[in-house]
Design a protein around this ligand. Structure first.
Ligand SMILES: [Fe+2]
Ligand SMILES: [Fe+2]
Length: 278
């Protein structure tokens, strides 16, 4: 089973990049399923009906998310209409909209997909109240789901690299892969852990090139020059779609018989110029 997984897709440049690049990538890599993290899909925060439809039309099959999933008022409609294809962090309070995990059919096989938020350095970024510990929550989910499906994937949406590494080892041998999102900067540590779990601390984002984690350098610098308390008053802007993108994804190859990861390849392209490709 080949799984192509994009990290956070940032606004219009991110959506455009996926639409333009994915057809060629599908030919090259032959994935059985394409997954993307869509918490930043609509102008950097949240998701709307038209933006998620963009990615469905572009060939993405399934969506994970994170702390920004409820940021646009349309989130309820999105979860209603695309509910079979989307998950939100499983360690939010259970009465919040959406599901934290799903079992998805892919050809003759099925996959468990789980989304969790980290706790370290996240409290200021999460408006949904206290989280259940992701380490206990994943145990609860794995116990409930049981042995099958053998292929089990976690998108661990977290800030601290150490918390993500710890989660990788917590689940080593129990899940097929643990991939990190949220930081928007790719890490160079894609590997298979001793128990057979594919792991990367952060896939990185797909969005505008020459940006500060997907927002314009101008708006990011304006914010960083403000006093702490004033910083949130400076709006962060998404760059115009100029055909130059940062693109980041991983390809996971999982053995269907054992659920173990056979290969994890990360690709991070800091400047992908759509008008300058051979
Ligand atoms: Fe993000
Ligand atoms: Fe996030």
């Amino acid at each position: 089973m080949k799984i192509l997984f994009f990290g956070d897709i940032m606004g219009k440049p991110g959506r455009s990049a996926v639409a333009k690049i994915l057809p060629g990538l599908k030919k090259e890599l032959q994935p059985d399923i394409v997954i993307a993290n869509i918490e930043n899909l609509a102008h950097g925060k949240g998701v709307t009906l038209s933006t998620i439809q963009n990615l469905v039309d572009g060939g993405v099959d399934f969506f994970t998310s994170g702390n920004h999933i409820y940021d646009k008022p349309e989130y309820k409609k999105v979860l209603e209409q695309f509910g079979g294809k989307i998950i939100r962090p499983a360690n939010f309070a259970p009465d919040l909209a959406g599901d934290g995990y799903k079992i998805v059919e892919v050809g003759d096989d099925s996959i468990l997909l789980v989304n969790l938020l980290g706790e370290v350095f996240m409290s200021e970024q999460v408006d949904q109240g206290p989280l259940t510990s992701p380490f206990y929550k994943i145990n609860e989910i794995l116990e409930k789901v049981g042995h099958d499906p053998k292929i089990k994937i976690l998108d661990f949406h977290a800030e601290a690299t150490s918390e993500k590494r710890a989660m990788g080892f917590w689940l080593d041998g129990r899940m097929s892969a643990v991939v990190g999102t949220h930081a928007h900067v790719p890490t160079a540590d894609a590997q298979i852990l001793p128990g057979g779990t594919g792991y990367i601390t952060d896939i990185g984002m797909t969005g505008g090139a020459h940006s500060v984690i997907g927002v314009t350098t101008k708006s990011a610098l304006a914010r960083f020059q403000m006093h702490d308390l004033e910083q949130k008053k400076v709006a962060l802007e998404i760059p115009d779609d100029d055909g130059r993108y940062e693109v980041s994804y991983v390809l996971l190859e999982i053995d269907e018989a054992t659920g173990k990861c056979q290969n994890i390849t990360s690709r991070a392209i800091p400047i992908y110029d759509i008008n300058n490709q051979n």
